[in-house]
Write a protein that binds this ligand. Structure first.
Ligand SMILES: [Zn+2]
Length: 434
């Protein structure tokens, strides 16, 4: 029996509504008790962590990361990506399927989730919605869910055909998991490398209209309505990295109408606009792209009013030599695991007065709910002892060179952060300590 005691902290647990001074007792990798300071007296434990002055919250959960293994391990590996996750306070990450080969089989999923890959946090995965993410033939959802899949997605590409998306939603509904959609009407974005607008004109680049995102979201919501009318069931649509006011308006309405729609927002979309591209900075290139200020504000508003269910990083590492090319040829994506908490606290908590317990909900309890995790993302007795211990008032600047990720492609090199992770505990083990 191994025990750990964390004392002196402000415990913030959105699931139970706790926000106050508490001590936390961990036994055999699970939460054994959360009680008033000193309640455990001089308990004989293997390790005591003095967390005075810090916040202790459920370990962060990121339902959208790219770990690049198998096939692109020069960008990242499961070991390096999850080390970056732990440094950022994350204890659970969900790997996207666009590896090489695409994760669309039980054999591929089991390989990815195997202990030999060296994940230092809880690793989960969403396999491909369609074989090879080609948008044609569904993967074997039942077998993949039995092997641990927590949802299905062709992330990086949309499921474009109505019939295929309808079949995906129905198949996932029978298994109680979401279809997670990268909402981009690729018929409108061919040859585009950033958001359409003033900045794209100045740089002479083809821009993606906001309708490329909102049209797919609106189409998917129509499919949900049709399925409910004809089959009497409510499939779960999860919309990834929403970046436009238009798509958020459609999601807000669908939620009001009682459809099972959830969505995520990425820190870069609530922090930056397309102005960050400056003079062709490829580290500000991702998909969906950085939008204009009105869209950025709409993402913040949707986080504040509850339209957005969770924050997800879309951590997408690329090697320097891949990003150091002409803007239009550079791959999409930025790293995000070590900057998410610092940006969420700076922008949402400090600049927009979002209570700390709500920020933590967006990064733990609510992403857990999206993928149906019950024993993580909260500090209930019996839950996995996944904890982030951070100094909520610490101001610091992120340095890309200090990142645990194998890649350094971030627009936040040198950026101001609020709140610094001191330690991360996963299943009762310290997996990161500063
Ligand atoms: Zn995507």
């Amino acid at each position: 029996m191994s025990e750990m005691l964390i004392v002196g902290a402000r415990v913030v647990d959105p699931a139970s509504g706790i926000d106050g001074l508490r001590d936390v007792l961990v036994r055999d990798g699970r939460i054994a008790a959360v009680d008033t300071p000193g309640a455990f007296g001089a308990a004989q434990v293997a390790e005591t962590i003095d967390a005075a002055g810090c916040v202790v919250a459920p370990g962060l959960i990121d339902i959208h990361v790219h770990l690049r293994e198998p096939g692109q391990t020069h960008k990242e590996t499961i070991a390096t990506g999850t080390a970056a996750a732990a440094a950022g306070g994350f204890t659970t990450v969900v790997a996207m399927p666009n590896t090489t080969p695409v994760n669309d089989s039980v054999a591929g999923l089991e390989w990815m989730l195997a202990a030999e890959r060296g994940s230092v946090v809880k690793l989960l995965a969403m396999p491909a919605a369609t074989m090879g993410s080609l948008g044609e033939e569904l993967a074997d959802y039942a077998a993949l869910v039995r092997a641990g899949a927590v949802g299905f997605t062709d992330d990086g590409k949309p499921v474009l055909e109505d019939n295929v998306m309808r079949a995906a939603l129905l198949a996932a509904e029978r298994l109680g998991v979401p279809v997670s959609q990268h909402a981009e009407d690729t018929r409108l974005t061919g040859g585009c490398s950033m958001n359409a607008g003033r900045v794209a004109f100045r740089l002479g680049l083809r821009g993606m209209p906001v309708e490329a995102e909102s049209r797919i979201v609106e189409r998917d919501i129509r499919l949900l309505r049709g399925i409910e009318a004809t089959h009497g069931v409510r499939p779960h649509l999860h919309v990834q990295h929403v970046s436009t006011a238009k798509a958020l308006a459609a999601i807000r309405q669908a939620k009001t109408d009682g459809l099972h729609v959830t969505c995520e927002a990425a820190p870069h979309h609530f922090t930056l606009t397309d102005e960050a591209i400056g003079d062709y900075n490829t580290n500000a290139k991702m998909n969906p792209p950085l939008r204009v200020e009105a869209d950025r504000r709409a993402v913040v508003e949707a986080l504040l009013d509850g339209t957005v269910d969770c924050i997800a990083t879309d951590h997408a590492p690329h090697a320097s030599h891949e990003k150091e090319v002409e803007f239009e040829r550079a791959p999409n994506g930025i790293t995000g695991l070590e900057t998410a908490l610092g940006l969420a606290l700076r922008v949402l908590h400090r600049e927009h007065a979002m209570p700390l317990v709500r920020v933590m909900a967006l990064m733990s309890a609510q992403p857990a709910a999206v993928i149906g995790l019950r024993e993580r993302g909260n500090l209930q007795v019996g839950a996995h002892a996944d904890l982030v211990i951070f100094d909520a008032g610490a101001e610091w600047n992120f340095e890309a060179k200090d990142s645990r990720s194998k890649s350094k492609n971030t627009p936040f090199d040198g950026a101001a952060m609020l709140g610094r992770v001191r330690a991360t505990v996963c299943d009762g083990r310290v997996v990161f300590r500063r």
